[in-house]
Design a protein around this ligand. Structure first.
Ligand code: PHE
Length: 344
């Protein structure tokens, strides 16, 4: 029996030596000291011992139990400390490693210009309205005094879904929608995308943006048109900027004008961007043609109106000194990142 006790002591020692996880210790405790454990089983045989042997072996086994329990506890602590140290080492946050830089985006120059422009007109009392980019022939052409076969259609060829549905060629299509649904006084702007079957070059793109303006009331004159557009140019480009109205033709306005502003790149001296003229055309405008008013249910004897359509890419190029319109669509970060945060 003594021999057996020694064997158990040795085997526990050997197993403890090999144990590398605190859970192994628990296994050993159950295997040796548990109800069906080696030592417990051995002690159950005590009854067979002689009266002299019994107390001796009893004492020895109690000692061994205490001894084993001590080892188990110590080893458990050791392993738990080691495990904790390993876990801490793994979870350590090395705050000396530089973080990954988050690139901050900024507003696209076209969006910045659009927002600036909207702000300017809202400041003058205009309301912003939206119109569909997929338009019908009626609103995009007919109601704007451009019947089928009118030569003005040639300059605005577009993408057709069928004989009637098309991608709008001008935000002027919103004019007719507003006049048909609202009663004067009307004072709206409508910024948005327009489409034309144009080849891409430095100043053309099949997709571009405009902002339509429409004012209808009693006694609206060309002086109002000039005043509004002068104010717009000053707020967009600064005080030194002048506008120039050149007579032009649009079927839906009479009289019509194309409006230039002083070239911001050379301040009117003449440069490559303004092709030496000192002026850059940014919009078309005019007094709403009485035919258009009548077709849209507004009495031209009572009301007059003004309208303008601003080319947003032109305004942007001029504002930020962008030499080629394509840069606005190519989404090259080297170009876009030059515009800093928000509006410059
Ligand atoms: N719609 C015209 C164009 O796209 C511009 C314009 C708008 C002219 C409003 C006069 C009045 O060319």
């Amino acid at each position: 029996m003594q021999q057996k006790l020694n064997e158990i002591r040795e085997s526990v020692r050997a197993r403890l030596e090999k144990a590398v996880e605190s859970s192994h210790i628990e296994e050993i405790r159950v295997n040796v000291l548990g109800r069906k454990g080696e030592l417990t089983q051995l002690l159950k045989g005590m009854g067979k011992l002689s009266a002299e042997e019994r107390p001796v072996i009893g004492q020895m086994s109690n000692q061994l139990r205490a001894e084993i329990e001590g080892w188990l506890d110590q080893k458990t602590r050791e392993l738990q400390d080691k495990e904790k140290a390993a876990r801490l080492a793994k979870e350590t946050l090395d705050i000396s490693i530089p973080g990954k830089e988050m690139q901050q985006g900024n507003q696209h120059p076209l969006t910045a210009t659009m927002e600036h422009l909207v702000e300017i007109f809202v400041g003058m009392g205009f309301t912003v309205v939206d119109g569909p980019e997929i338009e019908d022939d009626h609103h995009n052409f007919e109601l704007l005094n451009v019947p089928k076969g009118h030569p003005a259609r040639d300059a605005q060829d577009t993408f057709y879904f069928n004989d009637n549905l098309l991608l709008r060629t001008q935000t002027s299509a919103v004019q007719s929608r507003v006049m048909l649904s609202q009663k004067p006084p009307i004072r709206i702007i409508s910024p948005g995308r327009v489409y034309r079957a144009d080849e891409v070059d430095a100043t053309h793109s099949p997709v571009f943006s405009q902002c339509e303006g429409l004012v209808i009331d009693k006694g609206i004159t060309m002086a109002d048109l000039k005043g509004i557009l002068d104010q717009f140019a000053r707020e967009m480009y600064g005080e030194g900027i002048k506008t120039r109205f050149r007579p032009s033709f649009f079927p839906f306005t009479e009289p019509s004008a194309e409006v230039d502003v002083t070239c911001a790149a050379c301040h009117g001296e003449g440069c490559r961007i303004c092709k030496g003229t000192g002026w850059i055309e940014i919009l078309g405008a005019g007094m709403v043609n009485p035919n258009v008013l009548s077709m849209c249910g507004i009495d031209p004897n009572e009301y007059t109106g003004l309208a303008f359509g601003i080319g947003l890419e032109r305004v942007t190029d001029l504002k930020f000194n962008v030499p080629d319109m394509r840069l606005l669509f190519e989404n090259d970060l080297r170009f876009l990142m030059q515009f800093g945060k928000g509006r410059i």
